[in-house]
Design a protein around this ligand. Structure first.
Ligand SMILES: [Fe+2]
Ligand SMILES: [Fe+2]
Length: 159
């Protein structure tokens, strides 16, 4: 599935504000799966979710989907290597979506719709945070697809 020029332009238009921020650039230093940084991971998830939406011809809030996808793992630490965060590591799967949402609100002042995309992306692990919008469902699915690919093949995907 590839994006046409118009959709690529729209994607970049919405992604720019988030990707150009120095706190998001820091995600290049954190490992997500294998050799893939958190920065590359969120880019793959955003592209995959966006492609799914257009492939299925779904009417979506593009800003909420793209910003939510790019910020869904904006938790701000290396969950593999930081020994100080050992305790956090144990709980990472359960806690990082909430932390990512709180940081996204702090640095980007995102709306409720975008907040929901971030806080529900770990469902069904975080049982109570069921994805309740199209954008949230797409990001939740895209995250599973991309994470499986990254874990199995240790490389970037989706862009
Ligand atoms: Fe996550
Ligand atoms: Fe993720």
């Amino acid at each position: 599935m590839t994006l046409n020029r118009k959709h690529k332009k729209q994607f970049n238009f919405h992604a720019h504000r988030v990707l150009s921020h120095h706190k998001v650039q820091e995600m290049k230093n954190y490992v997500q799966h294998g050799d893939v940084s958190v920065y590359d991971h969120v880019n793959s998830v955003a592209h995959t979710a966006y492609k799914l939406a257009h492939g299925l011809r779904l009417k979506i809030n593009e800003k909420a989907l793209i910003e939510g996808a790019l910020l869904h793992d904006f938790f701000g630490y290396d969950w593999h290597n930081d020994k100080v965060k050992r305790k956090l590591f144990d709980m990472h799967g359960f806690t990082h979506a909430k932390r990512a949402k709180e940081r996204a609100v702090k640095y980007f002042n995102i709306d409720r719709h975008t907040q929901h995309v971030i806080e529900s992306h770990m469902w069904p692990l975080t049982l109570r945070n069921l994805p309740r919008s199209r954008e949230a469902v797409l990001v939740c699915i895209a995250d599973k697809i991309v994470s499986a690919r990254e874990t199995l093949f240790h490389r970037k995907s989706g862009t």
